[in-house]
Design a protein. Sequence first.
Length: 221
Amino acid sequence: MEKHQYLLFKRIYQGENETLDFKFSIADGPKIARTISAFANTQGGSILVGVKDNGKIGGIRSEEDIYYAQHIAEHFCNPPVPIETILYELEKKEILELIIPPLADVQLTRAPNEEGQYVAYLRYRSSNHVAGPIYERIWEKSRSSYINNITLLPSHLELLNFFEKKAQAFFLEEILESVSFSRSATIKILESLILSGFVEFYLTDEGMKYKRTTLQNDKKL
């Protein structure tokens, strides 16, 4: 066995993770695009096409899959993602690797969800997650000339007090159940506090969580 084959077997054996995903087939363009979006919006990664979720090698249908992979990255992702493709042979079957670069510093890549709407995805462990409108707006504003000169109003203080009394992280729905504002007002207040460094958020297996920053000037995205 050649070295590159051994290394590929080793990657497959270790299973899916934050930078590696298995796809048995490339036929579902939107599904592949969602994984490309997730990798591009985090730290980059690879999709091994022709490998089942359990690591069993099935192989690709034909080399036409290479061209369809490029088509997906260009036409199902917005903006297009410049992927690299490598074709391997393992167990007399061909496996296609799609290498997705990390693009979060220069663009936010979106892909069609189940309803056909274009949204951003993020990669966490071995799963793709919808980033959500709060993440998307924070990303856009934090990389633009937007200036958030916040004046702490009673509504801001109420939400900050909620975080400080509980001293833990919460999902958005949990926050909505505990404050007196409407959903839209709560989201607007939350975004303002994040941009000002009072609140931070991070991804978990169940979705995005929000909490009071330890240091006011800390900003996370």
